[in-house]
Design a protein around this ligand. Sequence first.
Ligand SMILES: Cc1cc2nc3c(=O)[nH]c(=O)nc-3n(C[C@H](O)[C@H](O)[C@H](O)COP(=O)(O)O)c2cc1C
Length: 407
Amino acid sequence: MDQTASSTASPDLPRGASPKLTRGAIEQIVASGKRLLVQGGMGIHASDGLSGKVAAARSVRFVGVGTVSAVVKTEAMLRREIRRAQADAQGGYVGVNLMAAINREDFALAARVCIEEGVSFIVQGAGISREIVRWCKEGGVPFAGIVSSGRLAAMYEKWGADFLVAEGADAGGHIGDIDHPLPSLVEEVRAHSKLPVVAAGGVTAGDVAGYLEQGAAGVQLATRFIACKDGDTHAGFKEMHLGKTAEDVAIITSCVKGMKARAVRNAFTDALAAGQHFPPRSKAWFFGKDGYFGRKKACVECLAAELCKCRASNFQESFCITDALLKAAILGDKENGLFYTGQSITRIPEKDVSELKTVQELVDELDAELAQAERAEAPRRAMQPALAAAALSPRRPGAGGAREPDR
Ligand SMILES: Cc1cc2nc3c(=O)[nH]c(=O)nc-3n(C[C@H](O)[C@H](O)[C@H](O)COP(=O)(O)O)c2cc1C
């Protein structure tokens, strides 16, 4: 990525508008026999360049959906990334992931930008804000909630969400509930809500058919799209995702509310495990002379004050997450960067960056794998209309207990 350009340029593409991924639109897609293939938003800057490509991907069995990450983007960066994705998407679905844990003012501004730019949906993760649901309603933008419990799913449905992303224990980055495996979470969410559900967290090609049979309206993948030719991340970031085993995955305690998070194990995660802390350093190299929303100190106050353990401890504990994630995605610094990843990293087949595929090739692979699963399950395939109907109707309550909202 061109750091200078990304930090200072104003949006250079005209404002676009994406089709809206409403509950009705999803129900129509499912009724047509297709399912959603969503690329999960990845902050900071880890999913830049991917969203429009996933939205534009052609597939027999899937409708591609891209998600731009709004995390730690200035207004100009966010508008530019949305417009680039919309241009790449060729009329496909482009949504935006907004973390509710970020600074409240930045959160409100990002939401307004998304609504003005006519995105397909806003999806909220890492925290809960009810206001955003109202802003989306007023702005005519569908809203989706990321959930790690049936209770949260029911709450979002009551608030007026269009769809849900059920994110299980194997997901990348911050993990809502590290003890909740995805299959039982999908079951629980479907038991507590009638909304379309997208299954996320550790999903690889071989698992897709199973989640669709469970009644999911689609699947969301993020880690798989990191190991891809497309996308702006530094080659070192992509390399860190290749040839890894379970021993290469670390669970850290993030500065964001002390949540658990999954990352590639390296010198930085080992230092965190040993109790070292990493106060913020200047980010002028990335944001330029104007700073981040005019904030030029080492701490750019990206998170809500009470939710950042580093800031709340007067920088005596934890670490500056913006420094660590930028070092990984932008600089490819394999020792000092924080490389968020999902457990599915261990199932990425490519071993070298020269072998990486394009987004379209990855979608083709997923499509082919699903086709194979359908052939293997010929009697079930004959029941596709019934399965499609099942995806739109809730399971009977009772499977799994509701958990406390924890994001
Ligand atoms: C590098 C990385 C960064 C992520 N950043 C975010 C984020 O900013 N907000 C969010 O809601 N989810 C984030 N996620 C979670 C993904 O959007 C996705 O739901 C999850 O990782 C899916 O599991 P998978 O990676 O195994 O496919 C991130 C995941 C990764 C790997």
